[in-house]
Write a protein that binds this ligand. Structure first.
Ligand code: NAD
Ligand code: UGA
Length: 314
């Protein structure tokens, strides 16, 4: 199988490259190394796959990349490239979000028209829901994003379903819920906490820490992503969660217990744009993708801590 992975140098994209190469696929990666976080980190993400003979990296922005030639002979597209990060999507930065999340997706979907593709898997996000009274969140729950980022991810989903219905592009959208594990983006909570704990600095907690998240381990996310390319219904949307919901306070306790450190917590105001709670109903993914999350939070955090200590020389 030949696949195209956009955002290949990122956290999730680099893990997906590894999994597909290990399964015998040929992988073309596209990434433009945006400056949201340092290129050096993304180069490290790619270190293993760069040496694989079935992997090619095309360094380009999706807004300019020669997509028709890159898509030649491709059977499955995994579209992960985006400007991620919820809290930084206000103000002038929004232009980057519209470029990387809406315009880039529209250009890719145009290029996917009239091609014999098996699937186009698009990374969406739990942030499309916003604050919803009823938990767990079902695919049919109201979609009222509370961040500009969430609005761009919802636009991405709408574009995907339009191209599925009007041009039979076989798109499947996956609403990933807060992903963690080795190589987690440096702006995300556990990454930030590990960096600060290593320097004996206080952890900044937005709000009182009672907000909850359905944290999802990276291997489970990759498993669901690969399954969606094999079994996902064209035009469908799936929640991909980790199977449990914990408060940030509980997650911090689990993390710091692994490091045997008593953290100093610095409480700050809640961040505008953050959802208060996330919790995925994954019944649909279980039934249609046969997806079951396998890695509980304590084990996933143990692996992230182990990776962090190895990669930081700690
Ligand atoms: P990441 O920032 O690590 O990876 C995204 C990659 O896309 C980066 O390497 C970046 O350079 C590249 N990119 C961005 N715009 C591009 C463009 N226009 N052209 C080419 N390359 C471009 O992010 P991630 O955490 O791996 O997230 C991957 C996807 O999953 C994103 O679509 C994100 O919105 C979605 N998602 C992530 C999470 C999470 O918890 N990490 C949760 C829900 C959804
Ligand atoms: C994550 C990803 O960063 C988004 O790209 C993704 O779209 C989203 O999940 C999703 O599920 O769709 P978030 O849930 O904010 O967003 O993940 P973290 O950055 O790991 O934050 C988790 C919680 O910790 C949030 O409540 C946040 O406010 C809090 N936090 C984060 C802190 O209290 N302090 C920090 O230093 C960082």
């Amino acid at each position: 199988m030949q696949c195209l992975i956009t955002g290949a140098a990122g956290f999730i994209g680099s893990h997906l490259c590894e999994r597909l190469l290990a399964a015998g696929a040929r992988v073309i990666g596209i990434d433009c190394f945006t400056d949201f976080y340092p290129r050096q980190i993304k180069e490290r993400n790619l270190a293993t796959v760069r040496t694989h003979s079935a992997f090619t990296l095309h360094e380009a922005n999706l807004l300019e990349a020669p997509l028709p030639s890159l898509l030649r002979n491709v059977e499955v597209v995994f579209h992960l490239a985006a400007q991620a990060g919820v809290r930084t999507s206000w103000g002038r930065e929004f232009a980057t979000y519209t470029n990387c999340n809406i315009l880039a997706t529209q250009r890719l979907l145009e290029a996917c028209r009239d091609r014999r593709l098996r699937r186009v898997v698009v990374a969406s996000s739990s942030s499309v829901y916003g604050d919803c009274d009823e938990l767990p969140l079902r695919e049919e729950s109201p979609l009222r994003p509370v961040s500009p980022y969430g609005i761009t991810k919802l636009a991405t989903e709408h574009l995907a379903s339009l191209y599925a219905s009007k041009f039979t592009v076989p798109v499947v959208s996956l609403r990933y819920f807060t992903v963690y594990g080795p190589r987690q983006r440096p702006d995300m909570a556990f990454s930030r906490f590990l960096q600060r704990l290593a320097r004996d600095e206080p952890l900044e907690i937005y709000g009182d820490g009672t907000q909850t998240r359905d944290f999802t381990y990276i291997d489970d996310i990759i498993d669901a992503t690969v399954r969606s390319a094999e079994r996902g219904l064209a035009g469908a949307v799936y929640n991909i969660g980790g199977g449990s919901r914990v408060s940030l306070n509980e997650a911090i306790e689990t993390l710091t217990a692994q490091l045997k450190k008593a953290p100093h917590l610095l409480h700050q105001a809640p961040q505008v744009g953050d959802m208060r709670h996330t919790f995925a109903d994954i019944t649909k993914a279980q039934a249609e993708l046969q997806y079951t999350p396998r890695v509980p939070l304590a084990e996933g955090l143990r692996r992230q801590v182990e990776w962090f200590l190895l990669s930081s020389g700690g």
